[in-house]
Design a protein around this ligand. Structure first.
Ligand SMILES: NC(=O)c1ccc[n+]([C@@H]2O[C@H](COP(=O)([O-])OP(=O)(O)OC[C@H]3O[C@@H](n4cnc5c(N)ncnc54)[C@H](OP(=O)(O)O)[C@@H]3O)[C@@H](O)[C@H]2O)c1
Length: 335
């Protein structure tokens, strides 16, 4: 029986090791082998044969699953399209993928702009800048023709829907209707237009579609805040302005400043997740780059809605005042 258990443990070690050798970081195979051997010994000696083997098998299964996720496909100059590459994350993703050896199509809002110029100047000759306002179907079609012409039989491996605009996180009633429409036009319908146009190419290559969206970290700049604040004050009906109070509206940007203070300027967690989505043999269906992002998502999906509302309210009131009507005790039920 002991011999059988040892043989099973050895088989598990060999299986994990063969997977480990296929992963990109295959340093110290002997050390991994030794560590697994020691862990098998600890399991088998400290527990009964059955439970020891069960625990060791479970550890090997977890490690095997983890290593499967780390198996890379070759880059091999595969072609990738990124939207919204003028600046920010899209710009950084283009540069990173270009460095890795991908053939990058950088879709930009303004092909004459400084972001597009910087990509042409600093990246390899494999990178092409494409004029591509995702809200303009004719520009998306034109970009598609250029991609087809360039990739020919090699196909398109991935589309990264990154283009997005900032929505001022004010109370829903305060946001002008045209801002809702513009946000949907770029962040939603733009991504749908690009996806529908390029899906046949992705289907042929059995490639990847990556959609980038925001939970609200996207904060914009102080100039943008001033502009949004001005638009809100200009378009608000007098009665609504009286209920919220101008001083409340002027403090909305304090919440953004608070978000900006706590946000990380480091794009690398997102870039590494995009790299994994494009290169891993078994990509995940969903990524949440940044530690706190996962926490927020857990809270939103696990906690009761009432508790989430309470936490948001407490957090928001710390950073700004309440609307005037809500701070008047006899009018609390009116809003
Ligand atoms: N930054 C964050 O913390 C964060 C967090 C979570 C998710 N995200 C998501 O990541 C994506 C990029 O965000 P970011 O922070 O890099 O924002 P950003 O710096 O404002 O970049 C967005 C890019 O999209 C471009 N764009 C705007 N409208 C477009 C249109 N109609 N067609 C094509 N391109 C257009 C912008 O061009 P212009 O610069 O010329 O306007 C810009 O290059 C967004 O989808 C956002 O929701 C960001």
């Amino acid at each position: 029986m002991a011999g059988l258990c040892l043989a099973a443990a050895a088989l598990l070690v060999a299986t994990v090791l063969s997977k480990y050798k296929k992963s990109p970081e295959q340093v110290g195979s002997q050390a991994v082998c030794l560590a697994l051997g020691l862990w098998a010994a600890v399991c088998l000696i400290s527990l009964s044969l059955f439970w020891g083997l069960a625990l060791f098998s479970l550890s090997c299964l977890l490690m095997y699953t983890y290593l499967s996720e780390q198996e890379w496909l070759p880059v091999d100059q595969k072609a990738v399209l990124v939207t919204g590459s003028d600046c920010g994350l899209g710009h950084a993703i283009c540069k990173h993928l270009d460095k890795m050896g991908f053939t990058v199509f950088a879709g930009v809002l303004n092909e004459q702009g400084s972001g597009a110029e910087e990509l042409r100047r600093s990246c390899s000759s494999r990178l092409s800048v494409l004029q591509m306002d995702v809200t303009k179907p004719e520009q998306v079609k034109e970009a598609h023709s250029k991609v087809v012409e360039k990739v020919q039989d090699k196909g398109l491996w991935a589309v990264i829907n990154n283009a997005g605009i900032f929505g001022f996180p004010a109370d829903g009633e305060l946001i002008p209707m045209n801002e809702y429409k513009q946000c949907m036009a770029v962040n939603f319908f733009g991504a749908v237009e690009v996806t529908k146009t390029f899906l046949p190419l992705l289907r042929r290559s059995k490639g990847r579609l990556v959609n980038i969206s925001s939970m609200g970290e996207i904060t914009g700049t102080s100039d943008m805040w001033e502009m949004h604040e001005k638009k809100i004050l200009e378009h608000l009906p007098r009665e609504v302005l009286a209920d919220y109070g101008e001083d409340y509206i002027l403090t909305l940007k304090h919440f953004l400043a608070h978000l900006l203070d706590t946000a990380s300027p480091d794009f690398s967690p997102l870039i590494l997740d995009v790299q994994h989505a494009l290169c891993a043999k078994h990509p995940a269906a969903f990524y949440s780059p940044g530690k706190r992002a996962f926490l927020w998502l857990c809270m939103a999906s696990i906690f009761p809605t009432g508790l989430n509302d309470y936490l948001w309210k407490t957090n928001a009131t710390k950073a700004r005042h309440m609307p005037r009507a809500l701070s008047l005790p006899n009018r609390n039920k009116a809003m």
